[in-house]
Design a protein around this ligand. Structure first.
Ligand code: HEM
Length: 564
C-alpha cells in the first residue's frame, strides 16, 4: 500500500471519528469502499456546482504560458504585456467573454456585441463610477465579488472618491459647457493664443519679424509644452481669469493627475491590506494630498467672494462663464461646500487635461511620422484662415480632413486598451442567456475592435483620410466624426456615460493642431522614427520625453487682424 493510500485511509478514519463512528470496527475493504464513496461524493458535488454555475463564470482566463505558471507571474506580465494578452484573448473569444488577470484585480472582457444592450443601463445596474473609483475591501467576502475588486483609480487612496458622492461635474459639462462651446469659442481661442505666444519655443508669434530662409529648427518638448497649453485652456474654462494664469494653479492641475496615476499604479503592485499604510509612505501620494489641500486654500476664498458679490443684490457685474460658477449655481448644499468645489475642480482636471494632451501629442507624432499629409491638412486649414470673416466653432466642424486625421490617430493610439469599464451592480442577464454576476468588473477590448479587419477594412494601415472619404457619401456626411461613438468606437465610451468633455476636447485639439499647421513647420529629429508609445497595464501613453523639431512657416499671410 503506498503512502498516499495510507494518508487517504487515515483521513477516512479521522472523518468517521468526526462523525462519531468507531472506525476500528470496520475492515480494510470497508474503509476503501468508504474512501471511494467519499471521493465520488466530492466529485459529484463539484460537478453539480459546476453545471449550475452561471454560464459566465466558465469564461476562460487568458494569458497563462503553461498550466503551471503562477498567477502572480501572469499578473506581473500583464503590466507590460497587456496588449498581447488581450489580443490573444480577443482572437480566440471575440464573440464571447474571457478573464484577464491584472495586478490588482480580474477583469471580465466582453464582446462588443453586448455594448448596445448595456449602454443605456443606469448607474444602479452597470456603474462606470464604481469601476473607475471605488476601492475594494481588503478582506475577501466570497459572496460579493466586488469586495475582491480594487477599482481603477483606487478611490479614497488617491482622493478620487469624491466622484462617488455625486456627478455634479458631469451635469455641468453636459448642460453648460458643451451647449455653450460656440459662445465660449473666442475665450478659448484667446487663451490658446496667449499660451502659444508664451509656451512655444519659437518666439515671434504673431509674426512681427520677417522670416529668414535659414531660420533654424528648435526642439519642441512636445508633451510638456502641449500639457501647459491645454492646462491653460482648461483652467480658463474651469476657473476663469485671473486664476487660470496663476503659475501655482497651473502646476497643481498638471501634477495632480500625474501623482494620482503614479499612486494608483504603485498601489496595484501591493496587496490590498497594505494600501492604507502605503499611501502614507508614497511621495506621489503625499503630493496628491498636498496639492488637494492647496487647491482648497486657493478655491475656497474665490467661492466665498463670488457668493458675497452675488448676494449683494445679484450684482455680479459680469456674467461668469466657467465651470466653477456653473457648479456653484447647480450644486446642492453639500455639493456646494467650497472645499468640495475645489476638490471637484481637480477631479475634473484629472479627466480633462492629460487625456487631451495625450491625444494632441499622438496626433503631432503621427503628423510628423506621415509628413505627406501636411500639405492636405494645411490646404484645408489655410482655406479657413484666409477669409476675412471671424472664426467660430462651426469653422472647426468644417475641418473634416483634420477631424478624420484626429480620429485615425486615436484609433492607433487610444488612451487605453479597454473602454466601457463597468461594475455589475446586480446580476445582468444578457440577451443570449449569459449572465454577468453582481460585482463583476467588466470591460470591452476597444483597441482590438478598431484593429479588426471584420470591423474596419485594412486596419493596420494608417489612413488619416479614411473617415473623410466615408463622409463624402451624402448619407454619411454627418457620421464618422471624431467625437462620435458607436459600439465599436469606444475610446470616449458609448451611451449614457460616454465622455461629457469630448466636444470641448475636440475644439481644443483642432484649434491647437490648426494653429501649429498654419504657423509652423514640424518634423521628427533626423534619423528618428515616431516615438514609441508606453504602456502600463491597460493604459497607453505617448512618449512624454519625445521632442519634435519646429520652426516658423515661410510665407504665411495673415488675413485676420486678430492674427489667429
Ligand atoms: C481626448 C480627450 C479625452 C478622452 C480620450 C476621454 C475619454 C473618456 C472616457 C473613455 C471616459 C469614460 C466613459 C465611460 O465610462 O464609458 C471619460 C469620462 C469622462 N470624461 Fe473624458 N475624455 C477626454 C477629454 C475630457 C475632457 C476635456 C473632459 C472635461 C472637460 C472630460 C471629462 C470626463 C468626465 C467628467 C468623465 C466621467 C463621466 C461620468 O461617468 O459621469 N474628458 N472620458
Amino acid at each position: 500500500m503506498d503512502s498516499t493510500h495510507l494518508l487517504n485511509l487515515h483521513l477516512v478514519h479521522k472523518a468517521l471519528e468526526y462523525c462519531g463512528i468507531d472506525s476500528s470496527r470496520l475492515s480494510g475493504l470497508n474503509l476503501q469502499l468508504i474512501l471511494i464513496a467519499m471521493s465520488t461524493l466530492v466529485i459529484a458535488i463539484n460537478a453539480i456546482k459546476y453545471s449550475t454555475k452561471e454560464k459566465q463564470s466558465r469564461a476562460p482566463v487568458v494569458g497563462y504560458r503553461t498550466f503551471i505558471e503562477p498567477t502572480f507571474v501572469l499578473r506581473g506580465r500583464f503590466f507590460q504585456g497587456a496588449r498581447q494578452i488581450v489580443t490573444d484573448g480577443y482572437n480566440k473569444f471575440k464573440d464571447g467573454m474571457f478573464w484577464i488577470r491584472r495586478n490588482d484585480t480580474d477583469l471580465l472582457v466582453i464582446s462588443t456585441k453586448y455594448v448596445d444592450e448595456l449602454r443605456g443601463l443606469p448607474e444602479s445596474k452597470a456603474s462606470p463610477i464604481q469601476a473607475h473609483i471605488r476601492v475594494g475591501k481588503p478582506f475577501l467576502n466570497f459572496n460579493d465579488l466586488s469586495c475582491r475588486i480594487n477599482k481603477n483609480l483606487a478611490g479614497k487612496h488617491s482622493t478620487t472618491d469624491l466622484f462617488l458622492e455625486s456627478n455634479l461635474h458631469t451635469r455641468v459639462l453636459q448642460n453648460r459647457l458643451t451647449p455653450n462651446l460656440g459662445k465660449l469659442f473666442p475665450t478659448i481661442k484667446e487663451e490658446l493664443d496667449y499660451g502659444m505666444a508664451r509656451d512655444l519655443p519659437t518666439m515671434g508669434y504673431p509674426l512681427t519679424q520677417p522670416l529668414s530662409d535659414d531660420e533654424s529648427f528648435v526642439e519642441l518638448d512636445t508633451y510638456k509644452t502641449m500639457l501647459r497649453i491645454i492646462a491653460r485652456i482648461s483652467a480658463r474654462m474651469f476657473v476663469g481669469l485671473p486664476l487660470c494664469r496663476d503659475e501655482e494653479w497651473l502646476h497643481i492641475t498638471e501634477h495632480y493627475t500625474e501623482d494620482v496615476f503614479t499612486t494608483v499604479m504603485l498601489l496595484r503592485m501591493l496587496p490590498k491590506f497594505l494600501h492604507s499604510l502605503a499611501v502614507w509612505l508614497l511621495p506621489s501620494s503625499y503630493r496628491v494630498h498636498r496639492n488637494l489641500r492647496r487647491a482648497k486654500q486657493i478655491i475656497g476664498p474665490i467661492v466665498k467672494e463670488r457668493r458675497n458679490i452675488q448676494s449683494q443684490a445679484m450684482q455680479s457685474g459680469e456674467e461668469r462663464n466657467d465651470t466653477l460658477q456653473w457648479m456653484m449655481d447647480a450644486a446642492t448644499e453639500d455639493e456646494g461646500k467650497p472645499e468640495k468645489l475645489a476638490h471637484r475642480q481637480l477631479i475634473m482636471t484629472l479627466g480633462a487635461v492629460h487625456t487631451t494632451t495625450m491625444a494632441v501629442a499622438h496626433a503631432l507624432f503621427d503628423l510628423c511620422a506621415y509628413p505627406e499629409y501636411f500639405g492636405t491638412l494645411r490646404e484645408e486649414v489655410d482655406r479657413f484662415y484666409n477669409t476675412e470673416q471671424a472664426w467660430d466653432k462651426s469653422d472647426l466642424t468644417r475641418l473634416v480632413k483634420l477631424d478624420s486625421f484626429c480620429k485615425e490617430s486615436q484609433r492607433f493610439n487610444p488612451p487605453a486598451i479597454f473602454a466601457f469599464n463597468r461594475v455589475a451592480m446586480e446580476s445582468l442577464q444578457l440577451s443570449d442567456g449569459i449572465t454577468i454576476p453582481k460585482g463583476t468588473h467588466f470591460v470591452v477590448p476597444s483597441i482590438n475592435a478598431l484593429m479588426d479587419p471584420a470591423i474596419i477594412p485594412d486596419p493596420n494601415k494608417f489612413d488619416p483620410l479614411r473617415y473623410y472619404r466615408k463622409r463624402l457619401e451624402p448619407e454619411e456626411a454627418n457620421r464618422h466624426q471624431y467625437t462620435m461613438t458607436t459600439n465599436t468606437e469606444l475610446h470616449f465610451g458609448h451611451g449614457r456615460f460616454s465622455c461629457p468633455g469630448r466636444f470641448f476636447a475636440a475644439v481644443e485639439m483642432k484649434l491647437i493642431l490648426s494653429h501649429l499647421l498654419r504657423h509652423y513647420e514640424l518634423m521628427l529629429p533626423p534619423g528618428r522614427e515616431r516615438p514609441v508609445n508606453q504602456v502600463a497595464d491597460d493604459n497607453i501613453f505617448p512618449d512624454v520625453n519625445a521632442v519634435l523639431l519646429m520652426r516658423r512657416r515661410q510665407g504665411v499671410q495673415e488675413m485676420r487682424s486678430e492674427g489667429v
